[in-house]
Structure formats: C-alpha cells, structure tokens
Design a protein around this ligand. Structure first.
Ligand SMILES: *Cc1c(COP(=O)(O)O)cnc(C)c1O
Length: 457
C-alpha cells in the first residue's frame, strides 16, 4: 500500500515561532507548570486540543463571506439546520456557541438534585455541567477501556452489564438519561460499536430512560465502525451516522471538533416539549433560536464543515495520521494507549514515569517535559484533571494517568509529526530525570485549566 497523503494542498500558512530549551524552561516556570497558562506563541507544535483548532477549507472561508447576519430567519441557519438534520435525523436543531452551552441548557432542565446521568465516560465539561446542576454523573466504561496497553476494537463501549445492574438496584425513575460519548474523548478517543449503542438503547427503552449521544467526534466514530465492525464495510459514513443517531432521543455537539469550526455547537432533539423548554433557556443565555450564540458566518462555515468531514479520503488520512504517530512510539518502546484512537495519541504516564507517584501528578510532569524538550504542548488527563479529595483532604487519584496529544484537523504535516515522535522518544530515554509536581493553587471546578504547580525537588 502506498503512503496515505494529506488530502489537501496548503493555500495559506502560519509561521511557527522557534525558541530553545533555555527559553522554554523559563516559560514553563512562569506558567506555573501548567501548559494552559503558556502563551501559544511560545509553543512550537500545539497539541493541547483538537477543539476549535482545525484549518478551515477554502470552501468554508468562502462560506464565511456568504454568511447572512440577519437576527432572525437567516438562510445560513437553515443551511446549518439541514446539514445537522441530514446527519442526525433530529427534528429540532438548536445552535449554541460551544458544546458546553448545549450541555448547560440540557442539564439545567433534565439534571438537578437527586438526578443521575450515566455515560461510557463523561467529558470534563459535561461532568461539570451535570454536577453544577446538582445531579450526579456516573461512568460505566467497559473493562477493555480500563487497560491502556491491551488492544481491542471498541474500547469506548459502555459496560451494559453495569448499567443493567445499576437499574436493577436503584430503579430508573431518577435517571435523566444515558449519554454516550462518541468517540470516547476522556477514555482515549476510543470508538463505540454500533452493537453497543444498539444494546444500550434497548436497555434504556425497556426502562423508559432517554438515550443521548455526545456527538463531538461522530464522523471519526463512524469511520471506526466502517473499518472494524462486521456488516458496515460497504456502508457510507452518512449511512452509518444515520443509523447511529436513529437510536438516540437527542444529541449535543461541539462543532469545534468534527465540524471543522473554530467555534460553535448545537443541541438536537426529537422531543418537541423539551425543545421548546431548551429554546426558552437559549434565548436568555445564547441568543435567538436561529443563531444561538453564533454569527451567521459561523453557521455557514459549520454547515459546509459537516459535509466535508464525511469525505472518505479525509477520514482515512485523519485516522491514519494518529495511528502513524502511535506506531512510531510503540516501535521505540514508549508506553502509549493502544490501539490508536480517533483524534489523539495518549501516553501512559504511570508506565512512562513509574518513579513519580500519583499524588505528584506524573501526567502533568510529563506534559511539562515534552514542552521544555521540544516546544510541544499536550494536556494531562489524569489526577490533575479528574482527581478529587476525600474528607481528610487526601487525593483520590484518577484511574488513569494519561497525557493527551490531540492532533488538530488538517493543520500539521507528516514532518511535524515525525518531529513530535523524535521529541517524545528523547524524553523517554531521559525519563528518570523528570521530577514530580505539587499543586500550590487551584479552583474548585475544572481546576486543571488554572491550577498553579511547583516542582518537587
Ligand atoms: C469538547 C467536548 C465537549 C465540550 O465542547 P466545547 O465546545 O469545548 O464546549 C463535550 N464533550 C466532548 C466529548 C468534547 O470533546
């Protein structure tokens, strides 16, 4: 098989600002060992997130000029609405400025004290919005999903036995919904199979529990289903997406992911009464129902992006580029999550830095080392992000200590990725010199965004 090439040519470029290790040592210290607090001009390869960082196509930029900024009834909205409906089949499409705004609206209405929301794995903003409403969020990830080093085709699956058992023990009246994250971002960008979606929905239907999809990376998930699940090889991505959403009562989406948007999101629903309630909240928090928190030009760019993401040559290149980096690291003995996920490579920081205990944040320590060694910015997904304290103030660590290197869509070329692999391998060879960290300042919610840390000497 020949090299899978980037399915685009580059028309406009952005410079990378080069700097050296001494400069970066100083920069990370000034940023309190938190990569969120770095100035992005000081970053050479930015793998902090694939959210809002996509390169838009020339067609999307042309759409920006075509965007209609009418307050009400903009044709850009109707094109956006149709693009969402063609994929999801949902009757009511509610635009929001980001995914979390859709979550805030949905959980303000369906959450609240005494309510429970179940998922394969809730994303951090999703969990925060659920808990902020007073409800509790539960993650029922399948057993394979708990072991970074053991490959399986659908490690994002929900543990349906755990769901059944929970319903048997606690009843279903207080369960607001089951929401399936596709692909499972916090669980390594691992896909969920159609069989698992079907089975989860059947359990939900039997107990009258609404079933939702967190659809940020629906196209990447559909591609994995096409490649890995029996019976889907000859189906198109849109056909697979149509089937997947046909099982759901609604979905939330951050259009900053698989819609190639720099901003945007939506909530899509089939229940008319609930849609009306959501729109009432939308008007006081986001905007009029035909623009939500978005400009007409954003809606136009997203409508085009939602079509582009279904292109087979794009998805083949996208998934292959993640697999390519994962394979290079595996060949060098670096502990990475396998198989490769859809949007990111995940380093297993517990295995990478066994000399740093979980209360010294090995994932964060590794994130800082990648930055100082090569100017690469990733993000910790471990005890800094998900750790809690018990009643004595002792850290309850996260199950996994991962460093996520998210690959922005259509932004970096193969030589950028080769450089990333070289830096990681160099850090790996020098790993015994990496030191742990302690938190010196933190906020009560989503603390990883703003926490300040210090080196433990
Ligand atoms: C990004 C993301 C969100 C939140 O979307 P924002 O646009 O960042 O607010 C929710 N769920 C998942 C799985 C995500 O990846």
């Amino acid at each position: 098989m020949k090299t899978i090439i980037e399915p685009f040519r580059i028309k406009s470029v952005e410079p990378i600002h080069f700097n050296d290790e001494a400069y970066r040592l100083d920069a990370i210290k000034k940023a309190h060992y938190n990569t969120f607090l770095l100035h992005s001009d000081d970053v050479m390869i930015d793998l902090l997130t694939d959210s809002g960082t996509s390169a838009m196509s020339s067609a999307q930029w042309a759409g920006i000029m075509m965007g209609d900024e009418s307050y009400a009834g903009s044709p850009s909205f109707y094109r956006f609405e149709k693009a969402v409906q063609d994929i999801t089949g949902m009757r009511f499409v509610i635009p929001t400025h980001q995914g979390r705004a859709a979550e805030k609206i949905l959980f303000s209405i369906t959450g609240g004290k005494g309510r429970t929301i179940i998922s394969n794995t809730l994303f951090d903003t999703t969990r925060a919005n659920i808990e902020f409403s007073g409800a509790e969020g539960l993650d029922f990830i399948c057993e394979e999903g708990k072991h970074p080093a053991i490959p399986a085709p659908f490690k994002g699956n929900l543990n349906t036995e755990a769901l059944k058992q929970y319903v048997e023990q606690h009843g279903s009246a207080q369960i607001s919904m089951v929401i399936m994250t596709v692909t499972n971002n916090s669980g390594g960008g691992q896909p969920v199979s159609m069989a698992n979606i079907r089975e989860t929905q059947a359990i939900c239907r039997q107990h009258n529990i609404p079933f939702y999809i967190d659809a940020c990376r629906f196209a990447e998930n559909c591609y994995f289903i096409q490649q890995r699940e029996t019976g889907y090889k000859d189906k198109s991505i849109i056909e697979i997406a149509n089937e997947m959403f046909s099982y759901a009562d609604g979905c939330t989406m951050s259009a900053k992911k698989d819609a190639f948007g720099n901003i945007g999101g939506f909530l899509a629903l089939n229940d008319e009464a609930l849609a009306t309630e959501c729109r009432n909240l939308l008007v006081i928090t986001e905007g009029f129902p035909t623009y939500g928190g978005l400009a007409g030009r954003d809606l136009e760019a997203l409508a085009i992006g939602l079509k582009e993401v279904l292109e087979p040559s794009y998805l083949q290149y996208r998934i292959r580029s993640i697999e390519y980096l994962t394979q290079k690291l595996l060949d060098a003995g670096v502990p990475v999550m396998v198989p490769a996920g859809g949007h990111a490579v995940y380093l297993d920081a517990k295995a990478f830095l066994p000399h740093i205990s979980q209360d010294q944040y090995p994932g964060q320590a590794l994130t800082c080392a990648l930055y100082t060694k090569g100017g690469i910015r990733g993000v910790e997904i471990g005890s800094l992000m998900f750790g809690k304290y018990d009643e004595n103030g002792v850290l309850i660590p996260a199950a996994l200590e991962l460093v996520r290197l998210a690959i922005p869509r259509r932004v970096y070329t193969q030589s950028h990725i080769d450089y990333v692999a070289e830096v990681i391998i160099e850090v790996f060879q020098d790993r015994t010199n990496i030191k742990g960290l302690k938190i010196v300042e933190e906020s009560p919610m989503l603390r990883h965004f703003t926490a300040k840390l210090a080196l433990i000497s």
